[in-house]
Design a binder for this molecule. Structure first.
Ligand code: FAD
Length: 341
């Protein structure tokens, strides 16, 4: 059998990281990325890209922890290489602060990030409205540079990329052997997933190079995440809102909330407003499915629904999706590729 042809639908962080893992884990495959939008026009471009996990209520914690660990280890190695600045990946230290002591003082990811510890009384003096806090160092992906770096790596390994909107996965049947669905919120329409819903997020990207530490209010709604070039100020979480238009009242509210945590932000300049729709679900849909029509079978691997945490678990879920692609290839009729996976 000729090299199995795999199409990845979607070019956000999940599609690109999944395509990369497929090239690494299934080197005999020919991989193509098909997407109606590429960077800088995806939800992934809007994200802050911080590695602080979001919790998926429908996924066991040990699985979420494994995804986070794999992602952290992968990106930590890049942050420690000459590629770091081009890839937009860097370590960042800071504080997560709470008005009241949280029930769970040690989140499940506390031993994956670096140097996790309770804040000292002296540190807490910076946040007079907060009574408890956690200090740690984590990683951040600066989003458009990171996505461009992934695209460059994929092209260097021979992956083809085409702009194409896929209306129905069956339209790819004559061209590809296996499809990987990484369409983010687009999966709502593409595969009619009613369990997938948008959680709208508005953020500001500002110039404030003196802000070096991240600050996150424990409820996750207000945050200040410094990147290599710009600081991301957030945010909002609006369930079921499909609007991509920035709201000026929300912009002012975000700015005021962030200034109350870090007053020096009053001097921030060049404020740009971005909106993205988090592809939210009780659990990430990470599974094989065999589509069937008139006796014809077509294998699909789904990898979407990462909600507020796609950057934090990207490599863990991508590796699992690539493993499932390997299973699909091994099951293809007349497959001689089993040994080469
Ligand atoms: P997307 O980036 O939306 O990519 C989907 C791709 O599929 C796009 O290329 C799209 O064009 C393509 N597509 C869709 N439908 C079709 C179709 N029918 N045919 C062809 N192509 C199609 N996560 C973190 O871990 N840390 C953070 O700090 C963080 N901050 C965030 C801040 C905000 C304001 C928002 C909105 C999100 C944030 N997230 C964060 C979450 C993160 O952005 C998402 O989990 C992640 O971007 C999802 O990636 P994705 O590739 O699944 O989706």
């Amino acid at each position: 059998m000729a090299a199995p042809k795999v199409a990845v639908v979607g070019a956000g962080v999940i599609g690109l990281s999944t395509a990369l893992c497929i090239t690494e884990m299934c080197p005999s495959c020919s991989v193509t990325v098909l997407s109606d939008q590429f960077s800088p026009n995806t939800t992934s471009d809007v994200a802050a890209g911080m590695l602080i996990p979001h919790t998926y209520p429908g996924t066991p914690i040990h699985v979420q922890k494994q995804w986070f660990k794999e992602t952290f280890a992968y990106l930590f190695a890049i942050s420690n290489s000459p590629e770091a600045s081009e890839a937009g990946i860097h370590l960042v230290s800071g504080w997560q602060v709470f008005k009241n002591t949280p029930e769970e003082e040690l989140p499940f990811w506390s031993d994956v990030v670096l140097g996790f510890r309770p804040m000292s009384e002296a540190e807490l003096q910076k946040f007079p409205q907060h009574r408890f806090g956690q200090a740690f160092t984590t990683l951040k992906c600066d989003c458009p540079p990171y996505l461009l770096w992934l695209e460059k790596r994929l092209k260097a390994t021979g992956v083809q990329m085409y702009t194409r909107k896929v209306a129905d996965l069956w339209e790819l049947h004559s061209e590809y052997n296996v499809i990987v669905n990484c369409a983010g919120i687009g999966a709502h329409q593409l595969v009619g997933d009613e369990k997938l819903f948008p959680v709208r997020g508005q953020v500001l990207k500002v110039h404030a190079p003196w802000v070096k530490n991240f600050i996150r209010d424990g409820d996750g709604l207000t945050y200040i995440y410094p990147g290599i070039h710009r600081v991301t100020l957030g945010g909002t979480r609006e369930k079921e809102s499909w609007s991509l238009s920035p709201d000026p009242g929300t912009t002012k509210d975000i700015f005021d909330r962030c200034c109350s945590l870090e007053p020096s932000l009053r001097g921030a300049q060049d404020i740009k407003v971005k909106v993205g729709l988090r592809p939210s679900r009780r659990c990430v849909r990470l599974q094989r499915e065999v589509l069937s029509q008139g006796g014809v079978k077509f294998p699909v691997v789904h990898n979407y629904g990462h909600g507020a945490g796609g950057f934090s678990v990207q490599m863990g879920t991508a590796k699992e999706a690539a493993r499932l692609v390997g299973e699909c290839i091994a099951a293809l009729p007349g497959s001689s590729s089993r040994a080469k996976l």
